[in-house]
Design a protein around this ligand. Structure first.
Ligand code: DC
Length: 228
C-alpha cells in the first residue's frame, strides 16, 4: 500500500533519521530522499575543487561552480538501496567518510547552496509519495507535509552508534573525535542564521535514546495510520 503524501523527518546528526526513513519507504512504497547526502555531495565537490580548503570557503569560486554541479539518486537493485551521484559519479561511500563530515556543516550554512538544494528537493517532492530526511524539511522544504517527525537522542548515544558504524568500515577515528564532531555539527546546524535545525510546531518529537527499533517502528506506524 503506498501513501499519497510526503513525510518530513528532521533531527540531530546520527539519531537514526535515515533508518526510519528507509523503513517507511520500504513499507509504504515511498521514495526515500536523504538530503544530508546532497549537502555531503556538494561538499565533496567543493573539497576536490579547492573551494573549501582548511575550512575556508572561496565564495567567488563557489558562485561560479554551482551550475556545474548535478546531484541525483539512483537505485542500486543489487544492494537494494538508493545511491548518491555527483556529476554522474557514484559518491555514496566517500561522502560518508570523516573528511566530508568534518566540512559539511560549513557548506550547509551557505545561502546559495541551500537555495539550490531546496529547489531540487521540492521538485522531487512533487510526486507526493516521498519520505525525506534532513534538518529543515518540516520547516522549509515541505512546510505542508502531512506527517512531520523530529528525531533526537542523547549526544553520547549518537556518537557511540556512529563510532560503531565507522569502525566497522575500517575508518581510524576515536570516539572522542566523533563526539566532538557531532557536537560541532549540532551547534552549527542549530545556530546557523539560515534555516537552522528546529522542530516544526506540528512535528512529533521522538527521542530514541532508550527506544528499541521495534518500539520506534510501532510508534511511527501508528502515527502514519492516523494521517491516512
Ligand atoms: O544528515 P547528515 O549528517 O548526512 O547531514 C550532513 C550535514 O548536512 C549536516 O551537518 C547538516 C546538513 N544538512 C542540512 O543543513 N540540511 C538538510 N536538509 C540536511 C542536512
Amino acid at each position: 500500500m503506498s501513501l499519497t503524501f510526503n513525510i518530513a523527518i528532521d533531527g540531530h546528526s546520527s539519531c537514526g533519521k535515515s533508518t526510519i526513513a528507509k523503513s517507511i519507504a520500504l513499507k509504504y512504497g515511498m521514495r526515500y530522499i536523504d538530503t544530508g547526502a546532497m549537502y555531503r555531495a556538494i561538499t565533496l565537490y567543493f573539497m576536490r575543487n579547492n573551494i573549501i580548503k582548511n575550512k575556508q570557503v572561496d565564495f567567488a569560486l563557489l558562485s561560479d561552480s554551482l551550475d556545474k554541479i548535478t546531484i541525483n539518486f539512483q537505485f542500486n537493485s543489487e544492494l537494494k538501496k538508493s545511491e548518491t551521484f555527483l556529476n554522474n559519479e557514484n559518491v555514496e561511500s566517500i561522502i560518508r567518510g570523516f573528511e566530508v563530515s568534518d566540512n559539511v556543516s560549513i557548506i550547509a550554512q551557505i545561502k546559495e547552496v541551500r537555495e539550490k538544494l531546496i529547489l531540487l528537493q521540492r521538485a522531487i517532492g512533487k510526486s507526493k509519495n516521498v519520505v525525506m530526511d534532513g534538518r529543515d524539511i518540516g520547516t522549509k522544504v515541505f512546510p505542508d507535509a502531512r506527517l512531520k517527525l523530529f528525531v533526537t537522542a542523547k549526544a553520547k548515544i549518537r556518537a557511540q552508534r556512529r563510532f560503531d558504524e565507522l569502525t566497522v568500515k575500517g575508518e581510524r577515528v576515536t570516539f572522542d573525535e566523533i563526539l566532538q564532531n557531532l557536537n560541532e555539527r549540532d551547534d552549527y546546524d542549530t545556530n546557523r542564521d539560515i534555516n537552522p535545525l528546529m522542530q516544526a510546531e506540528d512535528a512529533v518529537l521522538i527521542d530514541n535514546s532508550a527506544l528499541s527499533i521495534q518500539d520506534q517502528n510501532d510508534l511511527i506506524d501508528n502515527l502514519i495510520n492516523t494521517k491516512k
